[in-house]
Design a protein around this ligand. Structure first.
Ligand SMILES: Cc1cc2nc3c(=O)[nH]c(=O)nc-3n(C[C@H](O)[C@H](O)[C@H](O)COP(=O)(O)OP(=O)(O)OC[C@H]3O[C@@H](n4cnc5c(N)ncnc54)[C@H](O)[C@@H]3O)c2cc1C
Length: 377
C-alpha cells in the first residue's frame, strides 16, 4: 500500500478527529489511528462547551449543523455569592452569528465527527498506537502492529502524554497548579433552564458552577476533592451519572512543529478547564494546520499558534486564580461593581466576547472562508 502522500494523525480525540475532518474536506488524504478502543464513553461529558469560533470552523464540513442540532445553547450565566444572586452575564451580547456556548458531552461531539468521517470514506483505526517516529523531515511512523508509514506529515493529537512529542524530543514546559478540582454530572427529575449557567462563589472556599447540557442534565464543577460536596443539599437530583477528580497544570510544548511533525491539542498545551478553552483551542490548532497544509504553508503553523496558546494559558491562569482564591478584594468588589458595569452595553459586550473567547486572535483564513469578520457585524 502506498501511504507516502497520506497525512498520518495519531490520536482520535476531538482534536485528531477535527484534523481529519478539516483535511478531508480540503481534499488531502488522511489516515487516523488511535491507541484506544473507541470514542470517549457517552457518560463522560469532559469538554462540554463548544465555542463560536469552533462552530464557525466546523461549519464548512457540515459538522456544526449536527452539533447545533443536538447541543444545548447557554446564552448567559447567573452569578451568586453564597447562594445570593449578584449579577448576570449575557453572552448573547457578543458579535457572532452563534452568541452562545454550545453544551454537548465530548463523547457526542466525537461520535458526530467519527460518523462524518465514515460517510466520507475515512475509518478511524482504533487499537493501533503510534510507537515511534524516524526522521522528522521525511517522517516515517512506526505503529504498534509493526507497520512503517511514510507520511507526508505526522500530526500528534495524542493527548497530554503525547508519544509523538516524546518521539521527536520536544520538551514539555510549565507547572502544576495547587489544589484539586471535582466534577459531577447529574440528572434532574424536573426540567432545568438549559440556557443558563449558574456560578456560585463561596466565601473562603472558592467557586463552583452548574453547566446545563440539556433540560434534565447538568455538570457541577468546582474546587475540592469531593464531587459530592458540589451538589450536596440540592434538591431534585435523580441520578449522578459521572464524577471525576482532577488536578490542573499549565504546560505547553516548547515547539509545536519539528520538520513535518506537528503537535495539536492537549499534546501541545494543557491548562485548567476554567473558561472551557481546552478542546476548542485544540480544534483551532487542527483546523489551522489543515488550512496551512492545503496551502503548502505549514512552516507557518508554529508562529501562528504559539502566541494564541500563550494568551490562553495566561488568561485561563488568571481566571483560575480568581475562582480558586476568591478571598481577596475581587470578592468584595464584585457585588458593587459588576451589576453596574454589566449594564453598560459596550462593557457587557466585551465581557460576553471574552467569555466566548472571541477576544482571541481569530484565524485569518476563517474570516476569508466564512465572512466571520466580527467588526463588520
Ligand atoms: C475529567 C475531565 C474534564 C474535562 N473538562 C473539560 C471542559 O469542561 N472543557 C474543556 O474544554 N476541556 C475539558 N477537558 C479537557 C478535554 O477533554 C481535552 O482538552 C480534550 O479532550 C483534548 O483533546 P485531544 O484530542 O487533544 O486529546 P485527547 O482527548 O486526550 O485524545 C487523545 C487521543 O490520543 C490517543 N492516543 C494516545 N496515545 C496514542 C498513541 N501513541 N498513538 C495513537 N493514539 C494515541 C488516545 O487514546 C486518545 O483517544 C476535560 C478533561 C477531563 C479528563
Amino acid at each position: 500500500m502506498a501511504h507516502h502522500r497520506v497525512i498520518l494523525i495519531a490520536g482520535a480525540g476531538p482534536v485528531g478527529l477535527a484534523a481529519a475532518v478539516e483535511l478531508t474536506r480540503r481534499g488531502l488524504p488522511v489516515r487516523i489511528i488511535d491507541a484506544g478502543e473507541g470514542p470517549t464513553p457517552p457518560e463522560q461529558s469532559r469538554a462540554l462547551g463548544t465555542l463560536p469560533t469552533t462552530l464557525a470552523i466546523l461549519a464548512a464540513s457540515g459538522v456544526s449543523a449536527r452539533l447545533l442540532a443536538e447541543g444545548a445553547r447557554i446564552t448567559g450565566a447567573d452569578v451568586a455569592r453564597d447562594g445570593h444572586r449578584l449579577f448576570s452575564i449575557e453572552v448573547s451580547a457578543a458579535r457572532t452569528p452563534t452568541p452562545f456556548i454550545l453544551s454537548l458531552p465530548q463523547g457526542r461531539t466525537e461520535r458526530i465527527m467519527v460518523e462524518w468521517l465514515a460517510a466520507h470514506g475515512v475509518g478511524v483505526e482504533w487499537n493501533l498506537a503510534l510507537e515511534d517516529i524516524v526522521d522528522t523531515h521525511k517522517p516515517r511512523a512506526i505503529l504498534a502492529n509493526g507497520e512503517t508509514v511514510a507520511a507526508r506529515a505526522v500530526v500528534g493529537c495524542d493527548g497530554v502524554h503525547s508519544r509523538v512529542r516524546e518521539a521527536v524530543g520536544i520538551p514539555w514546559r510549565g507547572e502544576g497548579y495547587p489544589g484539586v478540582f471535582s466534577l459531577a454530572d447529574v440528572r434532574f427529575s424536573a426540567p432545568i433552564d438549559p440556557t443558563r449557567a449558574k456560578v456560585n462563589i463561596r466565601s473562603g472556599i472558592g467557586g463552583s458552577a452548574l453547566l446545563p447540557f440539556g433540560p434534565h442534565a447538568g455538570r457541577y464543577i468546582g474546587l475540592g476533592g469531593d464531587p459530592e460536596a458540589l451538589y450536596n443539599g440540592v434538591s431534585g437530583i435523580e441520578a449522578v451519572t459521572w464524577t471525576s477528580r482532577f488536578s490542573v497544570a499549565f504546560r505547553r510544548a516548547e515547539r509545536m512543529a519539528k520538520g513535518r511533525v506537528f503537535l495539536a491539542g492537549d499534546a501541545a498545551h494543557v491548562h485548567s478547564p476554567v473558561g472551557g478553552r481546552g478542546m476548542n483551542l485544540g480544534i483551532w490548532d487542527a483546523a489551522t494546520l489543515a488550512f496551512l497544509l492545503a496551502e503548502g504553508r505549514e512552516t507557518e503553523y508554529e508562529t501562528k499558534r504559539l502566541p494564541v496558546v500563550d494568551e490562553v494559558l495566561k488568561v485561563t491562569r488568571q481566571m483560575t486564580d480568581m475562582v480558586s482564591r476568591p478571598g481577596g478584594p475581587m470578592l468584595w468588589l464584585l457585588p458593587f461593581a459588576m451589576p453596574l458595569v454589566t449594564r453598560v452595553p459596550t462593557v457587557a459586550r466585551r465581557i460576553a466576547e471574552r467569555a466566548l473567547a472571541l477576544d482571541l486572535p481569530q484565524p485569518e483564513w476563517l474570516a476569508a472562508d466564512y465572512g466571520m469578520n466580527r467588526d463588520a457585524g
